[in-house]
Design a protein around this ligand. Structure first.
Ligand code: XIL
Length: 452
């Protein structure tokens, strides 16, 4: 189903996939009941407008967002006010903040050493503007996601300039338009056994340990308004390994703060597993330590991996939903956690289902179901859990200027609404209800989007 994902999936490809998946829903009920377990959710769950994750997050002063591939977002049709594909509508209605899964990484922006390609990153910015969303930038400095030419070209002599020039160009291009930049990604690795806890990476080798400070200072000059974020994985659990990583990270943050380095937030990636152990007091303590340093904490890449859970779909869904509930109840009780993003919106495009990643494969070969919407863009039990956890979140003052939530995501059409080719099913143009970010969504008579 997700074959050929090494090439960028196109919107046409995605539409076709959705079309074939959609065909399952026209099978007679008795055939479906043979193949599908009894669903955990009511069949007609409303998820649009005031029922969306975006609206529920806003009602608690928070942002909800997803990672996307801009290539499959139908920006043009959405902007023109025509009916667009269900995936595009879903991202527009559910997310108040978006992040590029890959399109703002070095490898995507710098296919050759001599030139930048901003086409996909610009596309994301355009989409977000049409859908009235904020954007996270991901990322400016990482040991992975580097283009092939980097290895032959980068030296100790030119690495500082390469890093600073990249940050000035990229963060400078979107100056004033980015909610938060992941300035440095995944720089801690206690297993590398350095006293400072830093990962042995090309940037450490070529620039030296002050590459982190250099990256943050350069980003701050390039985009003084963005919240500059340090993003990390494997810091959620209370295992000895993750506890050590968390404490090394706190030490790094304290060193940076003590030197006056402009760091404003920590991203906790939150790629979680369905089985025990689960996050607990250690992460809670970490978030509170961050608050003492005046740092916000963003849940930047949440999903739930069921690789080690040899159960059927129903149990898998229940286990994933429980992780969403428990985890979000834990972190959203903290006032300095204003943002939650999942790493994708639909299971169909989750990196956990990438056929080339054998390390994620489930034993029975069945796909992961780690995200709020399934392969058919129907809400999953994880959606329900996520939305309930947002409702239960501590009410906070929005940390970002209230989002101008549009009265309608799609501007009034000036032409007859016609569906573009390959759209699986007609979907209504979304009426997006205006509501104050601080208050509750105000329901009105119009129909919410209910993906079919
Ligand atoms: C992953 C993407 O999801 C994949 O499509 C890509 O092949 C590799 O990167 N931590 C991060 C993200 O910070 O950038 C990674 O994204 C997932 C782990």
């Amino acid at each position: 189903m997700i074959q050929g994902r090494k090439q960028l999936p196109t919107r046409r490809w995605f539409g076709k996939t959705m079309l074939s998946l959609g065909a399952a829903s026209v099978l007679p009920g008795w055939v479906q009941s043979q193949t599908n377990p009894k669903p955990l959710l009511p069949p007609k769950m409303r998820v649009g407008g005031p029922n969306s994750l975006r609206a529920h997050a806003a009602a608690r002063g928070r942002l909800f967002g997803v990672a996307v591939n801009p290539a499959i977002l139908d920006v043009e049709t959405l902007a023109a006010g025509h009916m667009t594909d269900r995936y595009t509508l879903l991202v527009a209605t559910q997310a108040s903040i978006v992040v590029a899964e890959n399109a703002m990484k070095w490898a995507a922006l710098r296919p050759t050493s001599g030139a930048y390609d901003f086409s996909q990153a610009d596309r994301l910015m355009q989409f977000a503007a049409v859908a009235h969303q904020l954007v996270r930038g991901h990322n400016l400095c990482w040991h992975q996601g580097l283009p092939p030419w980097f290895k032959e070209t980068a030296t100790k002599e030119n690495a500082r300039a390469l890093l600073t020039e990249h940050i000035k160009t990229v963060a400078g291009r979107y100056r004033g338009q980015i909610h938060s930049w992941d300035v440095v990604n995944e720089a801690i690795e206690p297993a590398d056994q350095r006293p400072d806890g830093l990962r042995k990476s090309p940037w450490l080798d070529l620039v030296g340990p002050d590459y982190i400070e250099l990256a943050f200072r350069t980003a701050s000059e390039a985009d003084p308004q963005a919240k500059l974020t340090y993003n990390e994985f494997g810091i959620e659990l209370d295992t000895p390994v993750q506890r050590e990583k968390r404490s090394q990270l706190l030490l790094l943050l304290r060193r940076l703060k003590a030197r006056g380095v402009p760091v404003h937030a920590v991203g906790v990636q939150s790629h979680l597993q369905a089985e025990s152990p689960q996050p607990g007091a250690g992460l809670q303590g970490f978030i509170r330590e961050a608050a003492k340093m005046d740092l916000e904490v963003y849940i930047t890449e949440m999903d739930v991996n069921t690789r080690n859970l040899a159960v059927g779909q129903l149990e898998q869904d229940a286990a994933v939903a429980k992780v969403y509930t428990d985890y979000l109840n834990l972190v959203l009780a903290e006032p300095n956690v204003p943002v939650v993003l999942t790493w994708g919106i639909t299971d169909a495009l989750s990196w956990l289902n990438d056929p080339d990643r054998s390390e994620f494969k489930r034993q029975d070969g069945s796909p992961h179901r780690p995200l709020p919407f399934d392969d058919n863009l129907k809400p999953t039990p994880a959606f329900q859990a996520l939305r309930a956890a947002l409702d239960a979140a501590l009410l906070t003052r929005p940390s970002t200027e209230p989002l101008a939530v549009p009265a309608r995501v799609v501007p009034p059409p000036t032409h007859p609404r016609t569906a573009p080719a390959n759209v699986p099913a007609p979907a209504p143009v979304i009426d997006y209800q205006p509501f104050s970010v601080k208050g509750s969504p105000t329901p009105s008579g119009s129909k919410p989007l209910t993906p079919k």
